[in-house]
Design a protein around this ligand. Sequence first.
Ligand code: NAI
Length: 342
Amino acid sequence: MNPADVRIAFFDTKPYDKDSFERQNSQFGFSLTFFPNHLTPQTVSLCQDFDAVCAFVNDTINAEVVDKLAGYGVQLIAMRSSGYNNVDLKACADRLKIVRVPAYSPHGVAEYAVAMMLTLNRNTHRAFYRTRDSNFSINGFMGFDLYGKTAAIIGTGQIGRIVCEILQGFGMKVIAYDPFPAKAWAQERGIELVDLEVAYEQADILTLHCPLTPQNIHMINRETIAMMKRGVMVINTGRGKLIRTEDLLEGLRSGQIGSAGLDVYEEETDYFFEDYSNLIVKDDVLARLLTFPNVLLTSHQAFFTQEAIANIAQTTLSNVREFFSGEKLTNEVLPPQKQAKA
Ligand code: NAI
């Protein structure tokens, strides 16, 4: 394989992606082309002269896109994310290989989830604007001590475990739910593994660190919100569709949910990573969410650290190299039937 002959089309690229990939590509020598557009059925025709596509969390890689990619001779989809819920794996089976970046900075994402908790609890984001306006009142900013409270972590993979360990440092009681629990780790760390219902019932802070799967879409909904303590704080840096946002809004309106930190949103594709400050936000649910003083909504930025951006580019390009050199793929995403057997 001559690396320069491997043509990779990048979608949804921002200046920081281009900088980082071009820097890391000096070790690899591939031909890189950067498109700002999302990969969608409308833009997939841009892939006609490429061997691989590199996509991100809000690209649409459904059966229609996969069919076209396979038809153009694209061989590899290199996700530059850990999540791959936006890829139709069944459609890819036996036609296109998929690779991903399983971890780029679990510390960065975990630290961000905790930043959301501290910010929402103590209102530092609002205090910043008040004092800049010479308003030195602290009315409305009363928080609670994290010490002694219960945090429920949903998903104890790489990110969830780090969140557990950070929150233990605050003196919180940490409980966790995972369908595939890491029992030895939990025992060693003094983390209580509980059923999901218990996590909902006992949490003062509930934070989501599981992937989005067909089984857990809208796991936070009217029924599960009703099981929670009144005034619970809900944090989601996982995926937007883990929460049924209409039900979250209802919980916020009634006071059942005390506050929500959302780095992801179920309909984020059209909005996140884009500048809408001169445009109208037509998504009424998103617009309503943004009116709540106890909602901190950010634009899928939990991963966004120097370390993560460098790791994403390095791992993605080495995934591509493995594929085009015929090596074993370290970070392959298997089709569903093979995942079940693995
Ligand atoms: P991981 O694969 O290391 O861990 C995920 C854990 O969730 C596993 O232990 C798994 O058993 C568990 N799990 C699976 N289904 C579950 C369910 N229904 N309920 C509870 N737990 C369940 O993944 P990692 O690296 O910790 O990332 C977690 C998620 O965070 C990713 O899937 C991704 O969606 C999201 N993420 C978000 C980022 C952001 O910038 N906001 C950046 C990176 C990841």
